[in-house]
Design a protein around this ligand. Structure first.
Ligand SMILES: *Cc1c(COP(=O)(O)O)cnc(C)c1O
Ligand SMILES: [Zn+2]
Length: 391
């Protein structure tokens, strides 16, 4: 509700709301949704949230869907913010938290993006959706498309975790497995979408997935009682969650809910695919494509992100950081987090732990700071990445 227009995040060109858009036709970069926040603030107050639905649609005034009956929901969002005392003790951080996104429908935070994208597709009359995916976005699109009665056409690399392929098949999607990476899958969707009549819901290539994911930022503020944490450690692929949270912080400041202080935003990537870390270190605003990308953390296997400058701008504006960790480190962290906290996290989420250790060693995170690790998905979807299982 309350959408005024869409706006290119790079060149500022304005686009009419309530029509289908992908990237900016002037510069090829992402469009962001703009709201009339003064109007939103009349009904959306911090107090008003108390009695609202326990999913991300509690923030309806700052989400794009116009008519409630178009909301396609499986109960996504409003996930627990868990204090991690035992893990924190190992790190010497008494104020460590995990935002546990594995509790979303389809077991990853991709549900946040897809509930918004599919709801908007329904509202705008789309019948067929297509997406390239490294794994979890596929499962989420398949589920929400099924829920809405829409067609889902999904393109994934051949070596995507099997759980992602099976969940798509079992929720009625059309699945194509391809040689190569998510970028190759994206190119295939691009080549075929016009002839097939598909609407492309690639991350940040349509304007609404980031709107769903920004609710992570609203929830963080609400769950911390309007005092944002000092540091957010976020496993970064396309960066939609980080970009979304950064946008949410600005909106909440405009709503009068928080001040100008921001958490330091930290992007974590795998050494096998670290385009954002490399660009951050080289002082670049745009990231070069990362050649021969390879990591078991499939959600981080994004060699080129169309929203790279939005990620890098947020890291720098927040005085944050970008850290690469090895696959060995992130896989070991799955077991360490599991044993300490009882969470079987995704390898992507686990990557936050060795990254945080590096920041502590470098003196960039201090003992008294409040730190949030984002566990973006569920370890159970990556069984082939772990040894054991025979008791
Ligand atoms: C997609 C994904 C990521 C990366 O998210 P972005 O918002 O694209 O950066 C991280 N973890 C998991 C489990 C994912 O599925
Ligand atoms: Zn533009």
């Amino acid at each position: 509700m309350n959408v005024t227009h869409l706006e290119c995040a790079l060149c500022g060109t304005a686009y009419e709301a309530r029509r289908l858009h992908n990237l900016c036709t002037e510069c090829g970069r992402p469009l962001l949704v703009r709201y009339d926040l003064d109007t939103a603030a009349r009904t959306l107050t911090r107090e008003s949230l108390k009695g609202r639905r326990a999913d991300l649609w509690r923030y309806a005034e700052v989400l794009p869907v116009e008519r409630e009956e178009n909301i396609v929901s499986l109960g996504e969002g409003w996930t627990p913010l868990l204090r991690a005392e035992r893990l924190g003790a190992r790190l010497g951080l008494p104020n460590l938290y995990v935002k546990d996104e594995s509790q979303n429908p389809t077991q990853s935070f991709k549900a946040r993006g897809m509930t918004a994208a599919v709801s908007m597709a329904k509202e705008l009359g789309v019948k067929k959706l297509a997406v390239p995916s490294a794994g979890n976005a596929a499962g989420a699109l398949a589920a929400y498309a099924a829920r809405a009665g829409l067609e889902a056409h999904i393109f994934m690399p051949k070596d995507t975790p099997r759980a992602n392929v099976v969940e798509c098949e079992q929720t009625g999607a059309h699945v194509t497995l391809m040689e190569g990476l998510i970028t190759d899958c994206g190119a295939e969707v691009g080549r075929r979408k016009e002839a097939e009549g598909w609407f492309d819901v690639s991350t940040l290539k349509e304007p609404y997935r980031v709107e769903g994911k920004k609710t992570l930022g609203y929830e963080l503020a609400e769950q911390f009682e309007w005092e944002l944490p000092d540091v957010c450690v976020y496993p970064t692929g396309g960066g939609t969650g980080l970009v979304g949270m950064w946008k949410a912080f600005a909106e909440m400041e405009a709503l009068g809910w928080i001040g100008s202080k921001r958490p330091r935003m930290v992007s974590v990537q795998s050494e096998g695919c670290a385009p954002i870390v490399r660009a951050f270190e080289e002082g670049k605003r745009f990231a070069d494509e990362f050649e021969n990308a390879a990591t078991v953390a499939s959600g981080l296997r994004v060699p080129k992100a169309v929203g790279d400058f939005l990620i890098l701008d947020a890291l720098r504006a927040s005085n944050g950081a970008a850290v690469a960790v090895s696959d060995e480190e992130l896989l070991a962290a799955v077991g360490e987090i599991g044993a300490a906290e009882g969470l079987f996290v995704a390898p992507e989420g686990a990557a936050c732990l060795p990254a945080l250790r590096k920041l502590i060693e470098r003196g960039e995170v201090k003992r008294d700071e409040r730190v949030v690790l984002f566990n973006t998905g569920a370890g159970v979807k990556y069984l082939e990445s772990f040894g054991g299982g025979s008791g």
